[in-house]
Ligand binder design. Structure first.
Ligand code: TK8
Length: 338
């Protein structure tokens, strides 16, 4: 055995030992953590939930066990949020949009065309603005740990190709249970209908609604292509997901346990964003191969929609507070010039 190899093996065993020693030395108790989410196991959300579970096990020396439960088996976002607040469920990941009724500042992320690319998304969400919005949840009984990427949302429907705003007239469009989405799509002329994600596939299948809007990844993993013929690449809003914990439960954890969860959440976030972007990059081809007819919204039409949404912007500013609104615009300006 060469000296180099011996040194490497020695270093590796020291690393393993110190990892398990440090897990032992920490104040970590056996914990079972139910982590609920809405999409299925084969989605970007499901894959990242698994990474989170594995990382928590690793960092806690196997003492903290995350049971990731997908497909809204613990209920749709709203129901899980209430379970977290009441302390009946430990953790979840879901749309920030479904949290607006609980914490009004979350509506910032619903602003159409606010975020233009992933660099803006990551810098804004992981920076002071993202922290401020996330930390508001603490007063409402939840702890926000990190943002994952749901992604840029696009429009699908079973009626016709949408090439201009007027094509949306009369389309029964499912939106998230959120007032900004509801009024945005009403303003654009659609017949917007709020519905939980867990009811969406069957609503599309039975033609209760004609269309919906979600990122490429979800259209693929939830098999919406089976019931939707047309897709329009609108990128009308960047949606985050947020990983949250019950504050009631979180406050009973030791500092070491909280650190395990926070560190694991960051690992899952970094994995999730990369995985989501890799999948989204080839999703258009995949969806075409599944038979979807896809068109891209022209910049002129996107501009017309933006103009039409001016009053929605004003109401978001009023709801979340003009300070937060202005700070966000200033931060975006900084990101764009840097
Ligand atoms: C999944 C939802 C989903 C969201 C929606 O639970 O409802 O359309 O985009 O990701 O949070």
């Amino acid at each position: 055995m060469t000296l180099l190899r011996r040194t490497l093996i020695a270093a590796a065993s020291v690393a393993v030992l110190s990892a398990s020693f440090s897990a032992l030395a920490q104040d970590i108790k056996p914990r079972l953590i139910r982590f609920g989410y809405g999409l299925n196991e084969q989605s970007n959300q499901g894959r990242a939930a698994k990474v989170f579970a594995d990382e928590v096990a690793k960092l806690s020396g196997g003492k903290m066990k995350v049971r990731a439960i997908g497909a809204a088996a613990l209920g749709p976002d709203n129901q899980m949020q209430q379970a977290l607040i009441g302390g009946a469920q430990e953790m979840m990941v879901g749309s920030t949009a479904t949290l607006v009724g609980i914490s009004k500042e979350m509506a910032l992320w619903d602003t159409p065309f606010l975020i233009g690319n992933v660099k803006e998304a990551d810098t804004l969400l992981d920076g002071p603005i993202g922290d401020k919005v996330r930390n508001k949840l603490q007063d409402k009984g939840m702890v926000g740990l990190v943002y994952w990427e749901n992604g840029f949302r696009n429009l699908t429907n079973s009626k016709r190709a949408i090439t201009k705003m007027e094509d949306m007239q009369g389309i029964k469009l499912r939106v998230m249970q959120n007032n900004v989405f509801l009024s945005s799509f009403q303003t654009l002329g659609a017949n917007a209908i709020p519905l939980a994600f867990s009811e969406l596939f069957s609503a599309l299948e039975t033609n209760t609604v004609d269309g919906q809007e979600n990122p490429f990844n979800t259209i693929l993993s939830s098999k919406f292509y089976e019931v939707q013929k047309y897709m329009t690449v609108t990128n009308h809003v960047y949606s985050p997901w947020i990983v949250t914990a019950s504050k009631k439960w979180w406050d009973q954890l030791s500092k070491d346990e909280q650190k395990v969860l926070m560190d694991a959440a960051k690992v899952s976030r970094d994995f999730e964003r990369k995985d989501t972007r890799d999948e989204a990059a080839k999703a258009m081809g995949d969806l075409k191969a599944k038979g979807m007819q896809i068109n891209e919204l022209s910049p002129v039409e996107a501009g017309r929609m933006r103009d039409k949404l001016t009053k929605v912007y004003a109401s978001i500013g009023a709801d979340i507070g003009m300070d937060l609104w202005n700070e966000t615009q200033a931060e975006l300006k900084k990101i764009r010039s840097g």
